[in-house]
Structure formats: C-alpha cells, structure tokens
Design a protein around this ligand. Structure first.
Ligand SMILES: C=CC1=C(C)c2cc3[nH]c(cc4nc(cc5[nH]c(cc1n2)c(C)c5CCC(=O)O)C(CCC(=O)O)=C4C)c(C)c3C=C
Ligand SMILES: [Fe+2]
Ligand SMILES: [Fe+2]
Length: 342
C-alpha cells in the first residue's frame, strides 16, 4: 500500500526558552546545517550559540506564536489536511527537527499498512541543510526501523510549471490591492561553503556573477541557482519589468561568508534608492514561520521604515492555498497511479 510523508523543518514545542534550546540544539547540531567536525560544531553551537540564542529566539517566537501553536506546524497541518481531501492514499506530517518526528510519521503510515512511501520535503529548492538532511535521516530510519518500506522522493520543484504558476498567482492576488515600487524575492541564506559542497562537478560553482546562469549538471543540487531560477520564472510569468524586482538572502548566522546580497542590507538601502513601498516574497518557505513573520514581517519592516521607507508588504507563503493543495494532490495521484500501472 502507498502513502505520503510530508516533511517540513520543525519548530520548538513552545516558546519556553528551554524548549527553544532543545530544538535549536537538535537543529544546529545537524552536520548538514553546521557542517563542521563534531568537536568544532559542538564548541560553536553548545559552547557559544546556545548560551544566548535561545532567549532571543524565544522572544521572537513569542511575537508570532498562535493559540494553536507554531505557525509553521499549524500551516503544515492545514496543508496536509487540505491535500488529504484530494487524494485517496494515507498521509502523515513530520518535522526534521522536533515534533512530530519523522520516525513517528513513518510509524503512523506503517500502522495503516503503508509499505511504499512518497517523501515530500516541503522545500521548493534543494539544499544540503534542508532536503538532503531529510532524505539522509529518513533512509537511516528506514534501515534501522522500517526495512520493509520503500521510499521515493519528489525532486526540488522550484521550476515545475505548476509550482511557478501557483506561486506567481498567489503573489499577483496579494499585490493587486496594494501599492508597491519593487518586489524583493528573499530566500533563506546558506553559507557559501554549502553551495561548493553540493557541487557534483566539484568545479562549477564559483558563486560569482555567472556560474548560476551557465548550464551545468551542478544545478540539480545548487541552491543558489535554484533560487535565482525561481525568481526568473516568476518574474517572467508575471511580466515584471527588469529593475522592478531583485533577489536577496536572509537569516545569516555565524561569521563565515553566506550567500549575498543580504536581505537586511538590501532593504535598508532601498529607501535612498527611491523605493518607498516594498513588497517582499519568501519563496524558500512554503509555510509562514518565524523567518517570514518575524524577521521580515516585523524586524525588516521596522528597519525599512527607520531608513525612510513607507510601506513593506510581506506576501504570505503558499500555506494552504487551494491551488497549491490541488497541485500537491495531483503530483501525489500521478505518483500513485504510475506505480500502480508499472
Ligand atoms: C547554520 C544555520 C542555518 C542554516 C544553514 C539554515 C538553512 C535553512 N533554513 C531554512 C528554513 C528555516 N529555518 C528556520 C529557522 C532557523 N534557521 C536557523 C539557522 C539555519 N538555517 C535558525 C537558528 C533558525 C531558528 C530561528 C532563530 O533562532 O532565528 C525556519 C523557521 C522555523 C520556525 O519554527 O518557524 C525555517 C522554515 C532553509 C530553507 C534553509 C536553507 C535553504
Ligand atoms: Fe534556517
Ligand atoms: Fe552557481
């Protein structure tokens, strides 16, 4: 029997700094997130970051937390429940860090008799710190606890016409009633080192002006290429004029070089360039979360206004958009039927 496991990043169980610390420990100690040898990762994460970050992060989570819980988890649940209405195979929702855990999701599917699982990492673009770590952990769990199961995963869908269409339409719907001078595509950042590590050619990704526009097999796993490509395709779909949109990378953590340009610096400079009404879309996330609601919706908005901006509009993530739900339902049905006919 076939089933689906949706997997998102995860959130702390509550906004209590102790829960935030436990969650950040699991997250940041992942060797695909802080990709240093264990002793160095442990020194930086447990010796430095976890001494101060949990309190600061807990305050930020406090500002965006909903009565039902973490926005990321509530919105992921709504997405799963929405998709369930359009498909006839069982599904479960899991988080890479925190709860509900991937092991519990697989167990829930097993309890329903599922042996063939379609893994859907809820990330449009591939990254070592997101899709890869999910697939590696799922495989480890399969070998250890679910050897009878078979896994298939959907590839990064950043350039799938269905995804580009629903994302573009959601942006258009939101912005048609608002005034804006410029649309900023802000993606979660990663250290530049991650891009080089994921380069299967070992020589393509120079992280310069041209590598991401030069065709290469490396792009199958190049987060930077996939982000720029997402922007390009949405801009084409919406007919955006050159100069009326741009791409940046947010949420830098640590001192090593991360993808540039940085969203915070880009936004701060915009008012003096004449951009007073800014719209920001965050296509690395399919569900709104602390990164979109707090970092952009609160912090970046305050900074933009402080630098002379007038309005900053944050386009909601796809969340439980009906067209997005139908697209996911169709992808799942196509997989289920292809398997059936094989
Ligand atoms: C080394 C640090 C980090 C890397 C690399 C990283 C990559 C990465 N993350 C996301 C998606 C999300 N990240 C979220 C929160 C978050 N991310 C980091 C650090 C790295 N992320 C931290 C420390 C946090 C916690 C919040 C904080 O303390 O500021 C979230 C939101 C979670 C939530 O509960 O709302 C998401 C989603 C992507 C897509 C990505 C690489 C492409
Ligand atoms: Fe992150
Ligand atoms: Fe590149």
């Amino acid at each position: 029997m076939k089933g689906v496991l949706f997997i998102n990043l995860g959130s702390p169980d509550s906004t209590d700094p102790k829960d935030v610390k436990r969650y950040l420990d699991e997250f940041l100690m992942d060797e695909r997130v802080f990709d240093f040898p264990y002793w160095l990762r442990s020194f930086i994460v447990r010796g430095i970051i976890l001494n101060t970050r949990p309190k600061k992060s807990a305050e930020a989570y406090e500002k965006i937390w909903w009565d039902e819980g973490s926005p990321l988890i509530v919105l992921s649940e709504r997405l799963k429940e929405g998709v369930d209405k359009f498909t006839s195979i069982p599904s479960a929702l899991a988080m890479r860090y925190g709860n509900p855990a991937i092991k519990s999701g697989l167990q829930a599917l097993k309890d329903q008799g599922v042996t063939e699982v379609l893994l859907i990492p809820l990330y449009p673009q591939f990254a070592m710190a997101t899709t890869e770590t999910i697939l590696v952990l799922a495989e480890e769990l399969r070998q250890a606890h679910f050897p009878e199961m078979e896994f298939t995963s959907i590839p990064a869908f950043y350039s799938h016409p269905d995804y580009v269409r629903v994302l573009s339409n959601s942006i258009q719907r939101y912005l048609q009633t608002r005034e804006w001078d410029h649309l900023l595509f802000s993606y979660h950042g990663v250290p530049e080192r991650h891009i080089r590590k994921s380069d299967i050619t070992k020589s393509h990704c120079k992280i310069d002006g041209s590598c991401c526009q030069t065709p290469s097999p490396a792009h199958q796993f190049c987060y930077r290429h996939q982000c720029y490509q997402t922007t390009k395709q949405v801009a084409e779909y919406l007919g955006l004029k050159p100069g009326s949109y741009s791409t940046s990378f947010q949420s830098r953590l640590g001192i090593d070089p991360w993808l540039k340009p940085a969203t915070n610096k880009t936004i701060d400079q915009m008012p003096e360039q004449g951009i007073k009404k800014l719209a920001v879309v965050t296509p690395a996330f399919v569900s709104d979360c602390i990164e979109t609601l707090e970092e952009i919706g609160i912090q970046a908005k305050e900074d933009f206004i402080a630098h002379g901006g007038e309005e900053l509009h944050v386009v909601p993530c796809l969340n439980d958009d009906q067209d997005w739900i139908k697209v996911l339902g169709r992808w799942i049905d196509q997989w289920a039927l292809a398997e059936q006919n094989a």
